[in-house]
Ligand binder design. Structure first.
Ligand SMILES: [Zn+2]
Length: 293
């Protein structure tokens, strides 16, 4: 009999939730205040790809059972982002990049006034930081790419066979770069290549580009320009400079890491809202770290 009761409860639950998404169902099933751990569990449940064993996507601070009053998303948890989030009552910050300046957010090797003050600010204001890097990229389509394409308004130029490739009506490199800078509001973009180079085929690769990545991409016949967040200046950057010097009709556009991915975390806020109805979810831009004299 007990079994029957349980089964009918399950059936009712199934029916009740049949019209709602799995995510909303999970939200409804969780009574009581929303915790940081529950937010992470819902992200895992809604991601659509398996959660990895080895990942940097973990809660970096505070108690995972802490009650969440609101969520901010951003490229990274700059002091500016943390202050804004805290003042808005958004005590969970979901970010793409590390909080403590190294990939694993290890604190052992960190010392000094900046690290101490940042750690103290997080503690004092009860902020929970969750990094959401590996899995937001692993989602299909890649969440960062979706957000950046939307920021750029490039959807209609996308190559159906390659989500990172875009085919535009021909324009000079100078024009293409200027449009890109204006659209993303980048003040310190850097460009390698002939200003008058005719550009039609562009690969968009937000974030860091390794040397093999830059080499392989610029080698392709169906690529005129590669847009990246950053590359080491003695690797991919010099490779591109030599490619141009050797007469290759290629260009490398460097947007800056933050500016190449921030829009992807705006998309993340939108996505989180679809299965976290209880608290406000807001994107706070990390913005550009540089200024130009
Ligand atoms: Zn990234």
């Amino acid at each position: 009999m007990t079994v029957a009761v349980l089964d009918s409860t399950k059936e009712m639950t199934r029916r009740t939730f049949a019209g709602a998404s799995a995510s909303t169902a999970l939200a409804m099933a969780q009574a009581g205040p929303l915790t940081a751990q529950q937010v992470l569990d819902r992200i895992k449940a809604n991601l659509g790809v398996p959660w990895r064993e080895a990942t940097v996507d973990t809660i970096k601070t505070a108690n995972p059972q802490q009650t969440v009053t609101g969520i901010a998303t951003s490229f990274t948890s700059t002091m500016d982002v943390l202050r804004k989030a805290s003042s808005k009552g958004l005590n969970m910050v979901i970010v793409h990049e590390p909080t403590f300046y190294n990939h694993e957010d290890k604190r052992e090797d960190l010392a000094g006034a900046v690290f101490t003050a940042k750690a103290a600010f997080l503690e004092k204001n009860g902020l929970v930081v969750l990094r959401f890097h590996d899995h937001w990229h692993a989602r299909r389509p890649d969440g960062i790419l979706v957000g950046m394409v939307s920021e750029l308004g490039w959807e209609k130029f996308a190559d159906p066979a390659n989500p990172r490739r875009f085919v535009f009506p021909p324009a000079s490199l100078e024009t293409v770069a200027a449009r890109l800078a204006q659209r993303l509001d980048v003040k310190t973009m850097r460009v390698i290549g002939d200003r008058k180079l005719e550009v039609r085929n562009v690969i968009l690769a937000p974030g860091y580009a390794s040397l093999p990545g830059v080499m392989r991409t610029l080698e392709r016949d169906d690529v005129d320009a590669l847009v990246i967040g950053e590359a080491r200046e003695w690797e991919g950057v010099e490779y591109a400079r030599d490619a141009v010097a050797l007469g290759k009709k290629k260009a490398l556009i460097i947007v800056g890491h933050s500016m190449s991915e921030d829009g992807g975390m705006k998309e993340c806020a939108k996505w989180l809202t679809s299965f976290i109805p209880e608290v406000p979810v807001e994107f706070i831009a990390s913005g550009e770290p540089y200024w130009r004299p």
